[in-house]
Design a protein around this ligand. Sequence first.
Ligand SMILES: Nc1ncnc2c1ncn2[C@@H]1O[C@H](COP(=O)(O)OP(=O)(O)OP(=O)(O)O)[C@@H](O)[C@H]1O
Length: 211
Amino acid sequence: MLELSGLVAGYGRRALAKLGHLQVKDGEAALLTGPSGAGKTTLLLAIAGLADVLEGHVQVAGRDMATLPARERDRHRGRHIGTIFQDLHLVPGLSALDNLLLAPFASGQRQDRARATELLTRLGLADRVHAGAETLSRGEAQRTAIARAMLIGPSLILADEPTASLDDESCETVLALLLDATRESGAALVIATHDSRVKARVSNIALVVAA
Ligand SMILES: Nc1ncnc2c1ncn2[C@@H]1O[C@H](COP(=O)(O)OP(=O)(O)OP(=O)(O)O)[C@@H](O)[C@H]1O
């Protein structure tokens, strides 16, 4: 479950984005909307503890990301938050599968190759599991990043414009997978988007305004 209130997010002391209240129950989804430049990405990053919270509270899996010390916040994010950002951060030279396994490898956790392969397969990437990340199309790379976010079995999934570069069919596949996986796993899902195809599918919509 995610609950945030009176959130002002930014960098350093510079406030960039505000959101009054948002609650996303386990297994449910919400959208962050707002005009371009309103600060949706900044707000999503603040929820993940990667941008600064200047005011307010962000409860994720029972802890307030706004007040956790930096190391605990990083640990909490690693255990509970799956992120899919616009810049996908896939490592070229590594396969799609190894990109999924990189984070658990780096943090000394078990690398579940079977689950990673299953997630990639469910996202329609069965024949791209061993393909180098640099050879993936934008849509394939996006689906790989979604699979990677789901690998830890997160309490919260944060997705920044996850359908932006997808055609209608891939958009539907990705959205269905995100929403189904959210329901099945009991994670809360927050999507920042302009995409009207996504707005039609999610009723919990919160407006981000520039601070
Ligand atoms: N690291 C940063 N440091 C300072 N300002 C930043 C930083 N990143 C973004 N900004 C500024 O914060 C404002 C909000 O940007 P942000 O990307 O969060 O908006 P957005 O609503 O996600 O936009 P879009 O819909 O176009 O992706 C913009 O004015 C941007 O220039």
